[in-house]
Ligand binder design. Structure first.
Ligand code: M6R
Length: 609
């Protein structure tokens, strides 16, 4: 989603701004642009589409200046075209924005009535004109920005240039993240740690209501009440280099193959290997008496929550609800005062999940976030946070973050079960043993990628498909369908296998591809009954199962395609059955020639509602 970069230096900044934008590409965007101040005049260059088009324009249009802002835009107000790309400018002001101005219509109408001419369809341009009108009324640059913030409603992070202040870069935070990174005789602003990590070894996140005035050697931050404040400067300790794709064609492929390694890393943070026992850190509240657990998330993170429900129910014996954040926050269901609410998010910035977190905190819930980005808003806003240690995930489709989320959720469920007496030490050891087997089991599946490639060739022309499973395999099926939809643009639906006969069975016809996930567990026979229903309607089944499952299927095996995985248990099954689905989606997308790492319309970090 939209990304901001800004820089004030002693040197020319335009090429660094473009480099900075490249570090924001992974968030998803449809246009980009940069603006600088030179001789107290604002200049800008913008382009629709990929950053290479902006770079091409910059070859013929030089953009001098030691101060500038840049932006990658993910359209909210106005179609993805150059006139809507940021920065938005007047003769006195340039603004880049991440977020949404909710009272845009009202403000726009007022400005139009007052004679303002708009050049774009964006909400951001409104802010640009409001700041300009305050400057025209005689206010200072800082006071004009402060006054404008009082006029707008919504979520935002802004980078602002004021032509009459050619040595000052302004940053504003109101719900969307923005941070400052400082280096030798230059200071930066950026949307996230990654965008700043190439230039600075430290990062200072603004808080909501803050306005920062940044010069090349120093900066000042003023809070909501206009007082000068210090905000914590953190070192960028973790390597946030995007590392090269190496031998891989796409980040998604690299991230799928990294899973054995990153899962092992995640496990090493939560398991004491010497004793095969958990070492999940203690949380700032008593987990032994919690009355219920609510898991809140969006997208793949929500599916991770649905899988984890099984673990929390079985290991802790407390009631568990799983909620889609965008629905939950407006439904506002009653919450038990002794409840624990867990927020799952790769980015830690997803607007709906973050809003649900703030809502739950206001209700007195104990909160914990399970995040990949350690200094994210969710991390900072929850009572406690557990990192998943997946490392930077660049592909828009979540793969390694999803499986690492499952690792942490399983560890947390076991920990609560131990604390409230639902599990004994031997059971803990058994589950830990199973967790420790996951990297090996996943590697075994990765070794069989050639089989998936063949399968993908057979399926390369599909236009619609079903993914079916029971129990934990139902959310695994939904996650498989989401992966295929996201990167290959093929319609796919994940459904509970037993529920198919209540509707989707009408879709079955000759050759319709149906993926069935059937580990040989207690639900195996029931799943095979559903498999029979599918075969009876001539659909084309791809069965994911283990040796035992294949043996028990008898003569049916001649009528279907199969992909065999290792035998699994309640802990390992979701991991082992997720891997083939990730690979199938990837290889079908590859054959279709889609933009695997940055699929159309999608953003990595969804910071608007
Ligand atoms: O950063 P989050 O985990 O909060 O993101 C939630 C969803 O936007 C995300 O999982 C999305 O569904 C992915 N593109 C799935 O591959």
């Amino acid at each position: 989603m939209c990304g901001i970069i800004g820089l004030v230096s002693k040197k020319e900044v335009s090429s660094t701004l473009v480099e900075g934008l490249k570090r924001l590409e992974y968030r998803g965007y449809d246009s980009s642009g940069i603006a600088t101040i030179s001789n107290e005049k604002i200049e800008r260059v913008r382009s629709k589409g990929n950053l290479k088009f902006l770079e091409e324009k910059l070859l013929s249009t030089s953009l001098p200046g030691n101060i500038g802002i840049g932006h990658t835009r993910w359209a909210t107000h106005g179609t993805p075209e150059e006139k809507n790309a940021h920065p938005h400018i007047t003769d006195k002001v340039a603004v880049v924005h991440n977020g949404i101005i909710e009272n845009n219509n009202q403000l726009r109408n007022q400005l139009i009535e007052a004679g303002t001419k708009f050049a774009s369809d964006t909400d951001t341009e409104v802010v640009c004109h409001i700041i300009t009108s305050y400057i025209n009324s005689g206010l200072s640059a800082y006071d004009s920005i402060r006054a404008s913030i009082n006029d707008i409603r919504g979520t935002y992070a802004f980078g602002v240039l004021i032509a009459s202040e050619p040595n000052k870069l302004f940053a504003v935070r109101g719900g969307s993240p923005i941070a400052i990174g400082s280096a030798d005789e230059e200071n930066y602003i950026g949307s996230d740690t990654y965008s700043l990590s190439a230039y600075s070894d430290n990062i200072t996140y603004l808080k909501d209501g803050d306005i920062a005035i940044i010069e090349n050697k120093s900066y000042e931050i003023f809070d909501q009440s206009n007082s000068l404040v210090e905000r914590e400067k953190q070192s960028i300790i973790e390597s946030v280099t995007l590392s090269e794709k190496g031998i891989f064609k796409h980040f998604m492929s690299k991230e799928i193959h990294e899973q054995p390694e990153v899962i092992a890393k995640s496990l090493s943070n939560y398991i004491d290997m010497d004793n095969s026992l958990l070492c999940v850190p203690d949380l700032p509240y008593d987990l032994s008496t919690i009355s219920n657990v609510t898991l809140v998330a969006c997208g793949s993170s929500y599916y991770a929550g649905l899988i984890a429900r099984d673990w929390f129910e079985k290991f802790t014996n407390v009631k568990v609800d799983v909620e889609i954040a965008s629905e939950f926050r407006y439904r506002e269901p009653p919450m038990d005062s002794n409840g624990l609410t867990i927020f799952i998010s790769q980015s830690g910035e997803t607007a709906d999940t973050l809003a649900a977190l703030k809502h739950c905190k206001s209700l007195g819930q104990k909160t914990i976030s399970i995040v990949n980005v350690g200094d994210s808003s969710m991390c900072r806003n929850s009572h406690a946070s557990l990192k998943i240690f997946a490392g930077p995930e660049i592909g828009v489709a979540s793969t390694k973050a999803f499986t690492c989320q499952l690792i942490v959720l399983a560890c947390l469920a076991i920990k609560i079960g131990r604390l409230n007496g639902s599990l004994n030490k031997d059971q803990e050891k058994d589950y830990v043993k199973s967790l420790l087997s996951i990297p090996r089991l996943i590697s075994n599946t990765l070794d069989k990628e050639d089989e998936i490639v063949k399968l993908a060739h057979d399926l390369s022309n599909i236009t619609t498909t079903l993914y079916l499973g029971r129990g934990q395999m139902y959310p695994v099926a939904m996650e498989g369908a989401l992966k295929l939809k996201e990167i290959s643009y093929v319609h796919a639906e994940g459904y509970p296998a037993g529920e198919m006969k209540h509707g989707p069975i009408a879709l079955l016809e000759r050759d319709l591809p149906v993926f069935m996930m059937a580990p040989s567990n207690t639900l195996y026979e029931k799943t095979v009954s559903n498999l029979n229903e599918v075969i009876a309607r001539d659909a084309s089944v791809i069965l994911l199962t283990d040796e035992k499952g294949l043996e028990n299927i008898g003569y049916l095996k001649d009528k279907i395609k199969t992909f065999l995985v290792d035998e699994t248990d309640i802990i390992s099954a979701p991991f082992v059955y997720t891997l083939p689905n990730q690979l199938i989606a990837y290889h079908i997308a590859l054959l279709k020639g889609t933009d695997v790492d940055q699929p159309r319309n999608l953003a990595k970090s969804v910071t608007v509602e």
